[in-house]
Design a protein around this ligand. Sequence first.
Ligand SMILES: [Zn+2]
Length: 349
Amino acid sequence: MFVVVLIGTHAQYLEHDSGTFHPESPSRITAVLEGVRRAGLEDQLRFFTPTEADPGSLEAVHAQEYLINLQRFCVMGGGAIDSDTTVSDQSFRAAVLAAGAGLDAIKKLQAGEADSAFLVVRPPGHHATSSTAMGFCLINNVAVSVAHLVSQGNKVAVIDFDAHHGNGTQDVFYQSDKVLYVSTHQHPLYPGTGRVQELGAEDGFGYTVNLPVPEGSSGETVRAALEIVAQPVIELFSPDWIVISAGFDGHYKDPLTNLGLTAKDFYEMTSWATSFVRKGHTLVFLEGGYDLDALRDSTTATLGALAGELILPKEDEVRGKVSHETVESLAESRKRALGDRDPYLGTKH
Ligand SMILES: [Zn+2]
């Protein structure tokens, strides 16, 4: 079957200057686009230039005052927001265009133009909360798209396989039963959140699935945790859309983290995640990933998964073993944390 994948990217993403020697650099976009090119899927790719997200969609996630202050801070020349997050005069526009990429992709997918979308954006988004920029993130790109889909009556599962916990995304939807947030991440690691016991609250109790794994964990372990602990929850939730926070910093070459994933693991996780929804209902957002070769190779593999083809770099040989102990301990911890509630979505009987 002929599969079409949208690629959304914008020259403005290169203009967000996060500071000299900062790992979240414009060259990341170049590396990801090289990975797109190397996938060799020209006939199946449809490139588009994103437009800015509209204020209403941004304000569905972020406080208006936060957006105004962030814009003002950038336009006046920028500077350090915290020890990790620095902005330039072009950063706000880049962030608004990064959020807009998802909204444009939703329109195109709903018009039947393609089967999925891969959004090659920066700054990344999953650490940004409704009122705080942090961890290199300004506007929560994933959350803006998810909130828009929910406003249309959709149920959305977010699969966040970035090596860091997406505290911002979790926070925005913590009390919602319309959004299932699933995250695998190294723990302990920045930002420190993402324990199994963070399960959601009120209507959203049970709708957050955190799978923290220790440093050194292999892709096999991460994938087994997703399949054994998260999959039954996703199946019961039965999402209309899958939105992937595709951070490639779990790759074994990444300088900021200590996981053992390979490009093939990103292929496997993306194939797995897209299997829960119909064609035309998957968005993939670039989040982190700081080794340029790893970014390129992981992108090629992820795009292959969206196009239904296994395309891997030659040197993708490193494989670890599954740690059954880690997976069993995650399953057991979640069960214990849910207590007498339903083991899947936390509903009380
Ligand atoms: Zn990350």
